[in-house]
Design a protein around this ligand. Structure first.
Ligand SMILES: C[S@@+](CC[C@H](N)C(=O)[O-])C[C@H]1O[C@@H](n2cnc3c(N)ncnc32)[C@H](O)[C@@H]1O
Length: 270
């Protein structure tokens, strides 16, 4: 199990948020997989897979001959995908209920390693990535989706929510994470003999009836208070930010822009 608690909490509310999040961002993740032209019957490692929503998409894409290792430290999340596989007679999954740091991974084994919204939480991303690269087969591909935490904004501007990007960045930093991690991945790839093959940023935006607005609502309605509880913002500031968010949500002309999510992929060349 994880040495450190997962910043956003491994509980039912977070599981449901991850499911909603998966549906909102699925077309971006699917587009990334389309560009990478994943073959059938490959060995895959889904790192920090959560409840396994992407693992299931990867299975659908790579077929019955593929072998997908679902690595996830939270027992609640991994049990969700274990139960689902049992009920649906899926035998392609292997399960590792642990962190990357505490797992011995096979060398030169996986054809495809995927991690979405995981490496930004990790305190020592260089060691983390080097370990994953060792378990990547020669010519194998490692693909990452995570933040370059800019771009996030709420319109009309001028309220307390304008200060939210900095608060969220500090929230990530509070457990050693890096909300700008994707900007460092190309350099880390180079250090590890990985050739960069894809680097694509994405932003979603919409009004209060859009799914991206609701995705943000699921995060901020819980986590602004958690930021106050952790002392990242004082209670008065947290209250003002939440009130500003709620007031914007009540106006149908308000627009929310997501933070930048970057697809980064590379191929093992040495
Ligand atoms: C935001 S969730 C993303 C889940 C999934 N990748 C997705 O996109 O739906 C982050 C996940 O990373 C896992 N995680 C956090 N630190 C980890 C580590 N050191 N090794 C492996 N997984 C980790 C958490 O338990 C959590 O399930």
């Amino acid at each position: 199990m994880a040495e450190k608690e997962y910043l956003l909490g491994a509980n039912d509310t977070e599981l449901q948020r991850l499911q909603f999040q998966h549906n909102v961002w699925k077309k971006i993740t699917d587009g990334f997989f389309d560009r990478l032209s994943l073959e059938k019957g490959i060995r895959i490692l889904d790192v920090g897979a959560g409840p396994g929503f992407v693992s299931l998409d990867l299975l659908e894409r790579t077929g019955k001959e593929s072998e997908i290792t679902v690595l996830e430290p939270s027992e609640l999340f991994i049990n969700y995908i274990k139960d689902f596989s049992l009920k649906n007679n899926i035998s392609n999954f292997r399960f590792i209920n642990n962190t990357v740091e505490n797992t011995e991974l096979p060398a030169n084994y996986y054809d495809f390693i995927f991690l979405r919204w995981v490496i930004a939480f990790v305190a020592e991303p260089e060691l983390f990535l080097a370990k994953l690269v060792k378990s990547l087969a020669p010519r194998g591909v490692i693909a990452i989706q995570d933040y370059a935490y800019e771009g996030i904004s709420l319109y009309p501007r001028g309220g307390a929510f304008d200060n939210i990007p900095d608060a969220v960045r500090k929230y990530y930093n509070s457990t050693g994470g890096d909300p700008y991690i994707t900007t460092k991945i190309p350099g880390m790839f180079k250090e590890n003999g990985i050739k960069l093959i894809d680097f694509n940023p994405h932003i979603l935006a919409g009004n209060p009836s859009s799914r991206v607005y609701e995705w943000a609502n699921k995060f901020f309605s819980t986590h602004i208070q958690h930021m106050a509880d952790k002392g990242i913002v004082d209670q008065k500031t947290a209250d003002e930010m939440l009130t500003d968010w709620i007031e914007h949500r009540e106006s149908e002309d308000s627009i929310f822009f997501s933070p930048i999510v970057v697809d980064v992929a590379g191929k093992k060349v040495r």
